[in-house]
Ligand binder design. Structure first.
Ligand SMILES: NC(=O)c1ccc[n+]([C@@H]2O[C@H](COP(=O)([O-])OP(=O)(O)OC[C@H]3O[C@@H](n4cnc5c(N)ncnc54)[C@H](OP(=O)(O)O)[C@@H]3O)[C@@H](O)[C@H]2O)c1
Length: 270
């Protein structure tokens, strides 16, 4: 299937790792022009080089912007950078995120605020900067990467769950506002992914072991997977494929959705 993404200009936040990196690689593989955004220079450079290699056969382009998306002017800065590099912005993927595993009582106020900045204010500012010019041109796609935890709060990720629920609501609000202009806004709600956020040393897998008392990482991973109807965690590429489809021409009648990409974890039918 031709996704119709050739030559489209895209911004992917949190593109130096996990789901964001895979999304950038797949968009580049479709011949899109992709600006990868993250804070840490080294990982961002490596991901951009990988994206450039993925882009080559399809005539795509990859470039990097080192930026903290929680900075107040991050939205306009991403849009300006994309305009300068690619002559406009067609696709925005708000993906940058972070999570910690701990008891509700152990979350300090500053972490509630920081999570709200990262998962709500940053995508809000990015959409406010990116969408009006898309609407003027009559075509755009926005995907907000939320979480199963936003649909059904996870007791061990309190501030993350609440902020992701707010991000789902924010996504729906912008979808309703802009659908008639040709700018389609959607969310995805991934379940746990076997990538850096869970797997790197000190990541969610190690944090969950401290609480569950699992004897090994293998046991903790298998336990986390067995809770899903599909019986395992996701690969980042499986989440990225759903995101890329929503970014595409082919998703032309999808607006305001909050697609679960969670192996059946959140058992609702809407
Ligand atoms: N992994 C999962 O199991 C899972 C499940 C459900 C939902 N999600 C959601 O999916 C998204 C991606 O998660 P992931 O697993 O791919 O995470 P990840 O591997 O930890 O990557 C997070 C990315 O976000 C960037 N980032 C974090 N804070 C940032 C900031 N303030 N400004 C700019 N970039 C920032 C990181 O780079 P720097 O730190 O260098 O900036 C990195 O590129 C997140 O929104 C997450 O909540 C993940």
């Amino acid at each position: 299937m031709d996704l119709g993404l050739t030559g489209r200009s895209c911004v992917v936040t949190g593109a130096s790792s996990g789901i964001g990196r895979e999304t950038a690689l797949q968009l580049c593989g479709e011949g899109a022009k992709v600006l990868l955004v993250a804070r840490g220079e080294e990982r961002l450079r490596a991901a951009t080089e990988e994206a450039m290699r993925a882009a080559e056969p399809a005539g795509g382009v990859a470039a990097a912007l080192k930026l903290d998306v929680t900075e107040e002017d991050a939205g306009p800065r991403m849009v300006t950078a994309c305009d300068d590099l690619f002559g406009g912005l067609d696709v925005l993927v708000n993906n940058a995120g972070a999570a910690k595993w701990r008891d509700l009582d152990d979350v300090p106020d500053e972490d509630w605020r920081a999570q709200y900045e990262l998962s709500v204010m940053a995508p809000l500012r990015a959409m406010k900067a990116a969408i009006p010019p898309m609407a003027e041109r009559g075509w755009g796609r926005v995907v907000n990467v939320c979480s199963t935890a936003g649909k059904r709060p996870s007791a061990a990720m309190a501030e993350y769950s609440v902020a992701k629920a707010a991000e789902l609501s924010l996504s729906r609000l912008f979808a309703d506002r802009y659908a008639r202009t040709g700018v389609l806004v959607n969310a995805v709600a991934p379940g746990p992914v076997e990538a850096e956020m869970w797997m790197e040393p000190g990541g969610l897998l190690d944090q969950s072991m401290e609480i569950s008392g699992a004897a090994s990482r293998e046991e903790a991973l298998s336990e986390a997977g067995s809770k899903r109807p599909i019986g395992r965690l996701a690969q980042a590429s499986e989440i990225a494929s759903a995101i890329v489809f929503l970014c595409s021409e082919r998703a032309s009648y999808v607006a305001g959705s909050a697609w679960s990409v969670d192996g059946g974890t959140v058992q609702v039918i809407i």
